[in-house]
Design a protein around this ligand. Structure first.
Ligand SMILES: *Cc1c(COP(=O)(O)O)cnc(C)c1O
Length: 386
């Protein structure tokens, strides 16, 4: 196929040419003098992105590794953890917590809503002897396009006067949707490279509060590779306890420079605008959004319910074959029922126009019943004539 592939899954996202060029440098000695300034710039830059003045660690790992790090550094066997079934990623994180020997209370959900702050408050109020050691929330549930309101979850925890740690998966929101580690007093924020940070896969991230650091001193889950202590100790002088993903750090430095040049607030506004244009297209086609609450719409992706009797993966296959456009599959319970349009990372109006055009042409080719005019509704919004 000629022309560029359209990678519009909600991660990995398109890697900008600037970042690709930054990665294409000779790998250097990670224990030599040239390395420390690179590590320091990357760590300082990440502090700005997480909005924290505290510790940040970078693992050579996927996001799943950073999940594991958040749990094994703060908790002990049989500790009670409150988690919420917002979708596929929340379910995978729950599975991991159980396999690590934690006692998870998993609040059921319908995969169309975010975490209910009132439910958090009442469950914590009922936990009189403070058995719950952590509340773990996925900020942006990438399987459903639903964004939970972390500031409100924090306020709910405060109202309940409960000392549990707050762990937040910000993997598909960091660098795309407003996020404030310090202001929201999150204890561990979990991120990774291949979504809003516009990098290839391979970096797992934790931002860590002082409370979480204090908890790690007595936490007893076994940890070795993921142990924060040697990371933070070596990072202080710009080094790592084992080989870091040097070339991805070049890319990270460049990606952070791009986010700074645009300005985080403008980055968030751009994502919000593309999400709104996408929702207008979906409604004009006559389809339902997976997300039910307008105050939980995701800015980084939109999950679309396909009419009954049609298979979202068959539609995706046709769109890939005909137009070289990759869309996100339905995950877990939503397999076949939903497809996901990623509009995060390095993205602009014409890329969205192309993406939505591919979907609209694909709907016709796949003979899924829809109303024409989705692309037009999005273009009218983007061009300011609506
Ligand atoms: C992508 C994603 C993950 C998993 O990250 P991996 O890099 O695939 O391990 C976890 N949580 C959320 C919300 C995600 O979007």
């Amino acid at each position: 196929m000629s022309g560029r592939h359209f990678l519009q899954i909600p991660g990995p996202t398109n890697v900008p040419d600037r970042v690709l060029r930054a990665i294409a440098q000779p790998t250097i000695d990670h224990r030599g003098p040239a390395f420390a300034p690179l590590a320091r710039e990357a760590l300082d830059g990440l502090r700005d992105v997480f909005k924290t003045s505290g510790s940040v660690v970078i693992y050579p790992s996927s996001g799943t590794g950073a999940w594991e790090a958040s749990l094994v550094n703060t908790l002990s066997p049989d500790d009670k953890v409150l988690m919420f079934e917002t979708g596929h990623f929340a379910t995978l994180w729950r599975n991991m917590a159980q396999r690590l020997g934690l006692d998870v209370q998993f609040v059921p959900g319908d995969w169309r809503h975010g975490v209910d702050p009132e439910a958090v408050e009442s469950m914590l109020r009922d936990d009189h002897n403070h058995a719950i050691k952590a509340v773990a929330v996925v900020h942006n549930e990438t399987s459903t396009g639903v964004t939970s309101r972390i500031a409100e979850v924090r306020r709910a925890m405060d109202r309940a006067g409960h000392p549990a740690l707050l762990l937040v998966d910000t993997i598909s929101s960091l660098g795309s949707i407003d996020y404030r580690h310090d202001e929201w007093r999150v204890d561990v924020s979990i991120g990774c490279s291949q979504k809003g940070l516009m990098l290839p896969p391979g970096l797992g991230l934790n931002a860590i509060s002082d409370n979480a650091l204090a908890a790690s001193a007595s936490a007893r889950l076994p940890r070795a590779y993921w142990d924060w202590a040697p990371m933070i100790a070596d990072n202080a002088s710009g080094f790592f306890p084992y080989t870091p993903a040097t070339n991805l750090l070049y890319g990270l430095r460049e990606a952070i420079a791009m986010l700074r040049e645009e300005g985080l607030d403008r980055v968030f506004a751009r994502h919000g605008r593309h999400a709104e244009a996408t929702r207008r297209a979906v409604r004009a086609w006559g389809f339902e959004l997976t997300c039910r609450n307008a105050d939980e719409y995701s800015s980084s992706l939109t999950a679309v319910m396909i009419p009954d009797g049609h298979d979202a993966d068959a539609l995706r296959r046709i769109i890939l074959e005909r137009f070289d456009l990759s869309l996100g599959t339905g995950l877990g319970k939503l397999k076949g029922k939903t497809f996901r349009i990623g509009h995060l990372g390095d993205f602009n109006d014409l890329m969205l126009a192309g993406t939505l055009s591919g979907v609209e042409m694909g709907l016709a080719a796949a003979r899924v019943p829809f109303r024409r005019g989705g692309v037009l509704a999005a273009l009218d919004y983007l061009s300011g004539s609506d």
